[in-house]
Write a new protein. Structure first.
Lengths: 379, 245
């Protein structure tokens, strides 16, 4: 009973903060509005677990941005229609712990061509926040990307935003949070973030300080992860020695007195000629409890991009779980066919029972593959 | 080159001084009088042409001297993407992820937003007097304009180019044409001023075409509009807080 009252109180405080920031935002004069977004379609064929299937995802993404001198509001909403294997995979995903926390999945109108599980409409609120800029700080309330860390794929210091690996490229999922950012200098600042869960004791809270020292971007983090009942300390940096180097690590101590866990990621990026390459290593010392998507200890990520011209590029991204000998690789070619319009073709292969990407939830072994097209128009 | 820096808000084109020949010093001082400023605000449009295809990008930018600059792209494909330059450091903000990335050294040679201008071009500050030695090579005509030909040779390995040759309008003291060379002598890039406007007492290039010789059949046209020089700017505009605002 006590925790429920506390939960309601915290949520009420969050809502009040949201409304206060919102009221302050709308009260100001000279607000400008901008509506943008994209429409995309991704038809594909898949060979998974020895079965051939076909699916398609058509998405409309709308971003409404309102800005004034001292405040800003943004809403970003994705609506997708999924058919065939895409719908089946989405339903499967939603029934597992790997399901996307920002997604509402509902059955689509059923035509004769599809069974109920072969259609779905996905609604995702990617961001929905209000931000108030004071002279000495900014307050952001609502769904937002906290986006701590430096990693291209893995960021142990980002205890807020979950990873979404179901698409062609990894994305982060926004967090419902209240954030206070206090700039100390041009490149230094303090950041307080609170993301209470249903029960505030299960929420996540962090204090982060960042600075640029000697050309090195760095940050220190202290956090409470109520979900794991643990205290987290961490740090990250990015340095430039012609090759870009970055790294980050966290150590979590548990209330139970159990052994603490270390998670760390380190990577580098470099370019030569028309090529850009990046590699990243991730160590997860906490197993599935610390990272459900990458429960094994040793993981690798690599990417290579060939920019044949500014209109055409070819890229390959590979994620490999060293401990379990499984992974996925995605080869993607994109061509700018007109102003704001891109056509892409991809092949995605997976090997082993990887707990992510196209193998998610399949629990299979051997090789699987998906190939398809992407068409995207921004406005 | 200095125009290039300004156009991308990442430098304000500065004084080129302490050169070996007094004549060169005078010429470059007059160029500097046209090009250098305290604060600046403008809107820009990039037309990137590759083969027969052209892509457009638009932005709003502010710059404070040659050390601080801030730009936000406004075209649909890049809307909300922002750049912050503080001295030699450059960050990019990506609105979709609300994430900030510090640009690494090797990436500074890449074309900025798909253009023929590299991040390194944009980052190079006004320290030409430190990085280059200058020589007056003679006079030539560019279009119908009489020009001084000035050569800058790198003195330090940190210079973006080993050699650059500038054609300076002998009447208006605006760089009408420039060639940038590698140490091997290979021509890397050229720029041509297509339009010069009068702003107060100074002449200023408002349309400039850049061609990277390392890429096939490409060029980038930069057009500036709503140019305001020596306007009042809030120092907070050039902070990480503004980048993620």
């Amino acid at each position: 009973m006590r925790s429920r009252i506390l939960s309601v109180a915290v949520r009420g405080a969050l809502l009040a903060s949201f409304l206060a920031v919102g009221a302050a935002a709308w009260a100001q004069a000279g607000v400008s509005y901008n509506l943008g977004g994209l429409v995309s379609s991704e038809p594909y064929a898949a060979w998974i677990a020895s079965d051939f299937s076909y699916g398609a995802v058509s998405t409309s993404s709308l971003v409404l941005d309102a800005r004034g001198e001292k405040a800003r509001a943004e809403a970003s909403i994705d609506t997708s229609v999924l058919t065939g294997a895409a719908a089946q995979e989405a339903w499967l995903l939603a029934s597992t712990p790997y399901g996307r926390s920002d997604e509402l999945l509902v059955p689509a109108a059923v035509s004769g061509a599809y069974s109920p599980e072969e259609t779905a409409v996905s609604l995702r609120v990617r961001s929905l926040y209000l931000k108030l800029d004071l002279d000495w700080a900014s307050v952001t309330a609502g769904r937002q990307f906290v986006n701590y860390g430096r990693g291209a794929l893995w960021s142990p210091t980002d205890i807020f935003d979950e990873l979404d690996l179901s698409g062609l490229s990894p994305e982060r999922i926004g967090s419902d949070a209240l954030r206070l950012s206090v700039p100390v200098g041009a490149t230094e600042g303090l950041d307080l973030v609170a993301a209470p869960n249903t029960a505030p004791a299960d929420g996540r809270y962090a204090l982060c300080g960042r600075a640029l020292i000697g050309g090195v971007d760095g940050a220190l983090l202290a956090a409470r992860n109520g979900e794991n009942k643990g205290w987290v300390v961490g740090a990250d940096f990015k340095a430039d020695l012609e090759i870009g180097f970055y790294g980050e690590a966290t150590y979590e101590l548990y209330d139970s007195g159990a052994d603490g866990t270390l998670r760390a990621a380190a990577g580098a990026d470099y370019s030569f000629g028309d090529f850009i390459i990046a590699a990243e290593y991730y160590y997860n010392g906490g197993g599935a409890a610390a990272d459900i998507l990458f429960p094994d200890a040793h993981n690798l990520y690599g990417s290579i991009v060939w920019k044949a011209s500014e209109l055409f590029q070819l890229s390959d991204t590979t994620v490999w779980d060293i401990s379990a000998s499984c992974g996925t690789s995605t080869l993607l070619a994109t061509l700018s066919v007109a102003q704001n319009a891109t056509l892409g073709a991809f092949v995605q292969g997976g090997y082993g029972a990887a707990a992510y990407g196209l193998e998610l939830g399949q629990g299979g072994s051997g090789w699987d593959a998906i190939c398809g097209l992407t068409i995207e128009v921004k406005f | 080159m200095k125009r290039l820096l300004i156009l991308f808000t990442l430098a304000a084109a500065g004084g080129v001084a302490a050169l070996s020949a007094q004549t060169v010093d005078e010429i470059l001082s007059k160029v500097d009088a046209n090009m250098s400023f305290g604060n600046m605000r403008y809107s820009g449009k990039m037309e990137i042409t590759i083969g027969g295809e052209t892509r457009y990008k638009t932005m709003d930018a502010v710059a404070k001297g040659s050390e601080k600059a801030f730009a936000e792209f406004t075209n649909p494909e890049d809307r909300g993407t922002r750049y912050l330059k503080l001295d030699k450091d450059l960050w990019i903000y990506f609105p979709k992820e609300q994430g900030t990335v510090k640009i690494s050294g090797h990436l500074l040679k890449e074309g900025m937003m798909g253009s023929d201008v590299s991040y390194e071009d944009a980052l190079e500050s006004r320290d030409f007097k430190v990085k280059y030695g200058a020589t007056l090579k003679g006079r030539e005509t560019v279009g119908d304009r009489d020009c001084f030909v000035v050569q800058l040779d790198a003195k330090l390995p940190t210079a973006a180019y080993d050699r650059r040759v500038m054609w300076v309008d002998a009447e208006r003291y605006v760089v009408l044409k420039e060639e940038m060379y590698a140490k091997s002598g290979k021509l890397l890039k050229t720029s041509s001023t297509l339009e010069v406007v009068r702003i107060g007492e100074r002449w200023y290039p408002s349309r400039t075409e850049y061609v990277s010789k390392l890429r096939n059949n490409t060029k980038t046209l930069l057009a500036m509009s709503k140019i305001e020089i020596d306007v009042a700017l809030d120092e907070r505009q050039f902070t990480m807080a503004a980048l993620t605002k």
